[in-house]
Design a protein around this ligand. Structure first.
Ligand SMILES: Cc1ncc(C[n+]2csc(CCOP(=O)(O)OP(=O)(O)O)c2C)c(N)n1
Ligand SMILES: [Mg+2]
Length: 1051
């Protein structure tokens, strides 16, 4: 969050004492006298040699001098002393005295510096070395050996970075380290010596400089305790840090402290050391990972499992991240991942019982739960256990997901945020998320980017996610070279300044190191980080697939590739860390575990998806997972409660707060309504939210511009007109011990934010989570969340969710967009049978809700909106609620409700039946018009104008799905002589008609036709021409009250 705002401050050059303090290794000399401002002021800049890029170098020298004046060349010492003493511009520099004494203690190789008489050359050479060091830090990853197959370039670029190469076979070691040849440093130097034109390489250094000693800048840690090194050693250490099996991308991060932290991790000599115990654990984890896949392959060779072969190191990688995070205090990890290696992760990371996994392969197993269920590599899991390495409790959950790659990312983030919220873990110290990705999906799916953009927003941050990419350098049959335009699949992470650690998956120790650093990074900076496991895929896309059709060369190499387990075991055996017998015993031990579980799995006769639940809600259901009742308590409220909330909603409940004049008028208007015991839409929403907060229900309303409301009607966050960022949320000032209210404007992403809120709602049934689209039209950019999670989530994963979607909808002449929330699509996905009228028992309305996959409503009164929001949380189970919300009705004088409609005993009306003159003599009514939403007001007005109030009855369906069969049946019976007409303002192929028609027909045993009135079929939801819009409206209103319109037609 705040980071962006503080960024500008960070970019300002640090004052020298600040910098020296931040960067000093253990610098006691920082408090040395120093004239403030001297460092960047004109007098120094006036020194003839302080131009352009050399100032960086001088800066380095200065910091070094501050720490220890003897660590810099005598000439610098004199210069800085003079400058500090206030020497006038141009006079601080003095020719260097003969050198020797101060350097005498250096080795003979180092004395080369002493012999350097030309200070310009000295400065130039140091600058060159500094640039070289920086070049390794920036581009060393391009040279690193990341691909275990050694045939592709992990960055899609076979050329070497220009500044690590010289055209003239000059100094630069990298010229010799041409990747494909894989020369050793020794060979490089040999090559260098034999080069005839080795003078004047890229940095102006040549082989004669290799043994000269150079002072190291404070932006490198390769020196360890040494402050100067010979160039040869500098290059060797930079190669060791950045060009082996780890490629570090971080120099784009615009935070000096973070860059330094990473440099220290990768440059400190011998940083990557492991104890024998750690190596043995790593080997054991590789054994499990490898032997698990082999076991599945042996038992079910023709079953798809999307095995991990070629990236077996993923399991130790994840376990390392979890161990380190647990050590740092995290006790709840929420994970999301695609198909690849999922069963292995379930078995060996989350520790799902093996028999539960194995029995999934049994095609004869009966499903115990209602719903469709899902394939085994989509199911979720929740497990609380002891972490054996840290001996601390840890909860691991893997969120169930659809095939749609990366769609689960924001869902995981939302769930993580919620868990943090409920634990008051405001910095993410206890709860964190890990997201796994495939290389093709990570680069290709836009939701990855949208999710990254949530990562630092105040109401959406989870304080750092660790991303792990299984980069097998292929997506199904498609090569990275035609699958992405960025060098690495991970480049998307650069937008949020996340460091990216590429690592060769065949080097388990390098992987382990990188994973430790990633976990430490997260716990230090609470920012995202990416681990890119560069690996390969030993089989085809799945186990049935033939990869040689499309990747023949790659797969020829893969066939020759020794498995990582074998390689690592050989290494440890050679090092004497384990014996061959111990290694074999470890394998047999795990094989036996698998075999025993396999035998037990045969006893499983029934498959319970509820054993695969990722988010249990303890206490909400009975022990066998049923609702505790099938009743919904009254959703009405006492007059005092309504009045109290109304009064707060019309005031500014804090002192010294200046609101906008226009808002003063709005609040006054609210006050008037409260006095008159009425509510408009916004006030009704206030009442619903405010009352639930009183009952301890946390409410979270999120979406674009929701704080004010797109239509400037809500105003839940007041802004002081004189003080920046001074805001007031009156809803949080309602009751002494109320639940907190979160209202947050989101990033402009429907897919990401809706997914996030769905995840938030998943964590607990005791919160009302609402997502509002700016206009209902825009929900379709989140279609995947709706189609894959919200509509079928319970059927696939026996997981309920009470998320509410607020979708502004209505034909108001605003054009093809900004008009339709596409009710037809939501209704098409409802699971109620159009042709069967359900049995009307006592709890019919609640039972119907319980059986539904979701609830779709279109309220026409504020009171009904109030009730449906409250009902959502008072129901004894959770279902997604889709509400088509109004635009013009927000201010329509007739769209107001009296307090009387909200008092105790009142409730949500699934249908609002005719109560005018037509209802008095129903048998004389000629037409019963059914409609929903805003069109009711247009119809009522037209009917009045036409004086047809006794002839035409109008009944509103407020709940569309589950369909209020009982209400419709009763109305149809009541107006038994009337024509049944469905009227909508939407086009005929859109809106509700296709949904309601068969259901109304079913209630009348198909004995009465259902006529249509509305707009003609069309491809676009609405016209862009205001005149056409009004004309269409006029026409269908005419037809609605033309009682002859259908007299000669057959339905
Ligand atoms: C959104 C989406 N589009 C397409 C697919 C079909 N599909 C399944 S796996 C796959 C390749 C994925 O490649 P990658 O992300 O590299 O993962 P890998 O299988 O290599 O581990 C594709 C295209 C999908 N599952 N989801
Ligand atoms: Mg892949």
């Amino acid at each position: 969050m705040h980071r962006l705002r503080t960024c500008a401050a960070k970019l300002r050059p640090l004052t020298a004492p600040q910098t020296a303090k931040k960067l000093s290794h253990n610098g006691p000399a920082v408090s040395r006298t120093f004239q403030q401002g001297r460092f960047y002021t004109a007098p120094v800049a006036a020194e003839p040699f302080l131009s352009g890029t050399s100032s960086n170098y001088v800066e380095e020298m200065y910091f070094a001098w501050l720490e220890n004046p003897q660590s810099v060349h005598k000439s610098w010492d004199v210069f800085f002393r003079n400058a500090n003493a206030g020497a006038p511009p141009g006079t601080a520099y003095q020719s260097p005295p003969p050198l020797g004494a101060s350097m005498a203690s250096l080795s003979s190789a180092q004395s080369v510096v002493v012999a350097q008489p030309n200070v310009d050359k000295l400065v130039e050479d140091h600058l060159a070395v500094q640039s070289l060091i920086r070049a390794y830090q920036i581009r060393g990853h391009h040279v690193a050996q990341l691909d275990p197959l050694g045939i592709l370039d992990a960055d899609l670029d076979s050329s070497l970075p220009a500044n690590l190469v010289t055209s003239s076979n000059g100094l630069d070691i990298a010229v010799c380290k041409e990747r494909l040849k894989r020369l050793t440093v020794g060979e490089c130097l040999q090559h260098l010596k034999s080069s005839s034109s080795s003078r004047k390489a890229f940095y102006g250094l040549d082989e004669s400089d290799l043994d000269k000693v150079f002072h190291l800048p404070t932006t490198t840690f390769i020196g360890g305790n040494e402050t100067a090194l010979p160039l040869r050693e500098i290059i060797r250490r930079m190669e060791m840090s950045y060009c082996q099996h780890i490629g570090v991308e971080f120099m784009f991060i615009n935070d000096l402290e973070q860059c330094q932290w990473i440099r220290q991790k990768f440059e400190t000599p011998s940083a990557m050391q492991f104890t024998n115990e750690e190596k043995r654990t790593l080997l054991a984890r590789l054994v499990r990972s490898t032997r698990f896949e082999e076991f599945l392959q042996r038992k079910w060779s023709s079953e798809k499992r999307f095995g991990l072969e070629g990236c077996e190191v993923l399991i130790p990688a994840l376990k390392t991240i979890i161990d380190k995070s647990s050590e740092n205090g995290v006790d709840n990890i929420i994970m999301g991942m695609p198909h690849r290696g999922r069963l292995n992760v379930l078995a060996n990371v989350i520790r799902k019982e093996l028999e539960q996994i194995f029995c999934q392969f049994d095609s004869k197993l009966e499903a115990a739960d209602e719903g469709t269920g899902d394939v085994k590599y989509h199911l979720g899991m929740y497990h609380r256990r002891i972490n054996r390495v840290t001996n601390r409790n840890i909860t691991l959950s893997l969120v169930a997901n659809p095939s749609h790659l990366e769609a689960v990312d924001p869902v995981v983030q939302g769930k993580t945020k919620a868990e943090q919220f409920y634990l008051s873990d405001s910095e993410g110290k206890k709860v964190m998320s890990i997201l796994l990705h495939g290389d093709a999906a990570f680069a290709g799916q836009g939701i990855v980017y949208e999710t990254f953009h949530l990562s630092d927003l105040p109401s959406y941050t989870t304080h750092g996610t660790i991303h792990v990419v299984v980069n097998n350098q292929i997506g199904f049959t498609t090569d990275p070279r035609v699958a992405r335009s960025s060098p690495y699949p991970t480049d998307v992470a650069r937008v949020v300044n996340a460091p990216i650690f590429h690592v060769n998956g065949d080097d388990p120790e390098a992987v382990m190191y990188v994973c430790n650093v990633a976990a430490e990074w997260r716990s230090t900076f609470h920012k995202d980080v990416v681990v890119d496991l560069v690996c390969y895929r030993r089989n085809g896309h799945n186990e049935m697939d033939e990869p040689m059709f499309t990747q023949p060369l790659m797969y020829k190499q893969i066939k020759k590739q020794k498995a990582v387990l074998k390689k690592y075991a050989e290494k440890l055996i050679a090092e004497g860390v384990v014996t061959q017998q111990e290694f074999e015993a470890e394998m047999s031990k795990y094989d036996k575990i698998c075999e025993e579980a396999y035998a037990r799995s045969k006893d499983e006769k029934i498959m319970h998806i509820k054993h695969w639940l990722d988010s249990p809600w303890p206490g909400f259901f009975t022990l066998d997972g049923q609702p505790k009742s099938m009743k919904c308590p009254s959703t009405g409220l006492s007059e005092e409660t309504l009045a109290h909330i109304g009064n707060v909603a019309s005031s500014v409940p804090v002192e010294d707060f200046t609101i906008h004049g226009g808002l003063t008028r709005i609040l006054k208007g609210r006050g008037e309504m409260v006095k008159n015991r009425t509510v408009d839409w916004a006030l009704a929403e206030y009442m619903a939210i405010g009352s639930l907060l009183k009952e301890g229900i946390h409410i979270r309303l999120s979406g674009q511009d929701v704080e004010r409301g797109t239509f400037s009607h809500r105003h839940h966050v007041l802004h002081d007109q004189n003080v920046d960022k001074k805001t007031c949320i009156p809803m949080n000032h309602l009751w002494p011990n109320q639940a907190p209210y979160t209202v947050c404007n989101s990033s402009l992403s429907e897919y990401g934010v809706l997914g996030f809120e769905l995840g938030f709602a998943m964590a607990s049934p005791n919160a009302l989570v609402l997502w509002e689209a700016q206009f209902g039209d825009f929900h379709n950019t989140a279609q995947c969340i709706i189609d894959q999670f919200i509509s079928p989530g319970q059927a696939k994963w026996v997981r309920q969710n009470g998320i509410v979607l607020l979708l502004p909808h209505g034909m108001e002449g605003m054009g093809p967009e900004h008009s339709s929330a596409r009710p037809e699509r939501f209704l098409q996905m409802c699971n109620d049978d159009p042709d069967v009228v359900p049995k009307m028992m006592e709890d019919f309305a609640v039972q119907q809700l319980y059986d539904a996959n979701w609830i779709v409503v279109n309220c026409s009164t504020p009171a009904n909106y109030f009730h449906v929001l409250r009902r959502q949380i008072l129901l004894p189970f959770r279902k997604p609620l889709i509400i088509f919300t109004p635009k013009s009705l927000l201010r329509h004088p007739d769209a107001k409700s009296s307090f009387d409609m909200m008092l105790p005993g009142t409730e949500f009306l699934r249908g609002i039946v005719e109560d005018g003159p037509a209802a008095e003599k129903p048998k004389e009514v000629k037409r019963l018009l059914f409609c929903t939403g805003k069109v009711y007001y247009e119809l009522a007005k037209e009917r009045k104008n036409k004086n047809l109030e006794a002839e035409v009855a109008i009944t509103r369906l407020e709940q569309l799905s589950p369909f209020p069969f009982d209400v419709v049946e009763e109305e149809a019976k009541k107006y038994s002589n009337a024509e049944l007409v469905w009227c909508q303002e939407e086009h005929k192929n859109q809106g509700y008609y296709e949904y309601v028609k068969p259901r109304i027909r079913a209630t009348t045993r198909r004995e009465r036709p259902v006529w249509y009135v509305g707009r003609e079929p069309a491809s676009a939801p609405a016209t862009g021409n205001k005149n056409t819009h009004l004309h269409e409206l006029k026409r269908f209103l005419e037809t609605s009250f033309n009682l002859e319109a259908f007299s000669n037609l057959n339905n």
